[in-house]
Design a protein around this ligand. Structure first.
Ligand code: SF4
Length: 413
């Protein structure tokens, strides 16, 4: 177990430890209803926890409902109106509940709770706009990814139907009140590869009316030409979740993805899209992500995945496996955090060595994963010139994008 001193000194270690050990919420927090965001089940494998902000402005989503969280050494207390995390009774850090926006308690004109259309994850708006992934309804046996909870979320906390009007209403509310800068779309697999067709009407309207940054996470479309089209529409990020680099384990954990696409299709799409940086409308940043889940394969294999993704000019997204209640892997143990430290240290080092533009977009804090830039404290290495270059890029991009967003805001009001 990490020492108390280490987790007090290094919020990145605390973030990682909380992902792996979860947290209990003590009764002293009971009288604070309505302050935080509540616990909502959204997204395929992570968004089931409590959204909080750790020291150093590190946003996170801490498991609190899963079985393992009930025996966690970590607990959330409320003392004199302030929140504090303890471990085995010893104070670790003051924290804040992620602010609950006013729109979380409002409905769309069509009468749906706005959180059934989209939710904040950290500081960006996340939307799963379509029906349940087809892997959840394959007959005679489901072939869903074993860790995934999408089939359990939709229709419960997340609506199964989200019209373009409803999504735009929520996007505008989230921009006006939560100052979002980024909207993230996520879909599962649909027979006929219709996922990009489904997303394009949302993307076009959001870009036109807000100019916000937009990301798309879907399976790899068989027609790679579709990514030129996304780029031309102003999409800023595409993400491909191959989850596991070890091919045997991939086949076991993601049977639908294995049979339908195979890992090579994911890798080819990442490589191909990373080559599109020179295209697209002027001033639209472009990032390609390859997403994996640490804890479902060996740390060495996760590191190999990170090395491969960065070698083609893409940025790895590294989640931590969470055995969500009700999923096929609900009874699996969460990973030990200690062996994952080298994985996250490598995440930072590999991005810096490859000169990738990490942490540059304004006001994007991600609660569901450890961002590469958040892992700096876990790496023993320093990249002085590259860090200075990144800081300059961040300043320039932030200045340009914030002006663009403000112009779009003025046109709306
Ligand atoms: S592709 Fe896998 S992870 Fe994604 S929604 Fe479908 S079952 Fe879940």
């Amino acid at each position: 177990m990490f020492s108390l001193e280490d987790i007090r000194r290094t919020p990145a270690l605390l973030k990682l430890d909380l992902y792996c050990r979860g947290m209990r919420i003590l009764s002293s927090c009971d009288d604070a209803d309505g302050v935080g965001r509540g616990v909502l089940r959204t997204r395929a494998g992570l968004g089931s926890g409590l959204e909080i902000v750790l020291p150093d402005g590190m946003w996170t989503n801490v498991p609190v409902t899963e079985t393992f969280a009930r025996s966690s050494p970590y607990a959330l207390h409320r003392r004199d109106g302030r929140y504090v995390i303890t471990r085995d009774g010893a104070e670790v850090a003051p924290v804040e509940l992620s602010p609950r926006p006013g729109w979380y308690d409002r409905t769309t004109k069509s009468g749906k709770k706005m959180t059934r259309i989209g939710t904040l994850q950290g500081t960006y708006l996340a939307i799963y706009p379509a029906k349940v992934c087809d892997y959840w309804v394959t007959k005679p046996d489901k072939v869903n990814c074993r860790f995934c909870s999408v089939g359990l979320n939709l229709g419960v906390d997340d609506d199964t139907v989200k019209s373009v009007e409803e999504v735009l209403e929520v996007v505008h509310a989230a921009r006006a009140e939560s100052k979002i800068t980024y909207v993230d779309f996520n879909t599962g697999h649909y027979d006929g590869d219709t996922y990009l067709d489904l997303l394009e009407p949302y993307i076009t309207r959001i870009k036109k009316e807000t100019g916000l940054l937009i990301g798309v996470q879907t399976p790899p479309h068989p027609d790679l030409g579709r990514y030129h089209r996304l780029r031309a529409m102003g999409v800023n990020r595409v993400s491909f979740c191959f989850e596991i680099y070890d091919r045997e384990r991939f086949r076991e954990v993601c049977p639908g993805k294995h049979a339908q696409y195979g890992m090579d299709r994911y890798l080819d799409a990442i490589r191909y899209c990373a080559g599109l940086a020179g295209e697209g409308p002027a001033g639209e940043p472009w990032v390609v992500n390859g997403e994996i889940i640490a804890g479902l394969e060996s740390p060495e294999s996760s590191i190999r995945a990170i090395n491969w993704v960065t070698s083609v000019g893409a940025i790895p997204t590294v989640c931590v496996f969470r055995p969500l209640a009700g999923t096929d892997f609900a009874k699996e143990p969460p990973p030990d955090p200690e062996p994952l430290v080298p994985v996250f240290a490598r995440l930072y080092d590999a991005c810096m060595e490859a000169g990738l533009p990490i942490g540059c977009a304004p006001n994007i804090h991600v609660s569901l994963v450890m961002l590469p830039e958040e892992c700096k404290a876990l790496s023993g290495k320093r990249y002085v010139w590259k860090e200075l270059k990144l800081a300059a890029l961040k300043r320039g991009l932030g200045w340009y994008l914030n002006r663009r967003f403000a112009k779009a805001d003025a046109a709306v009001t």
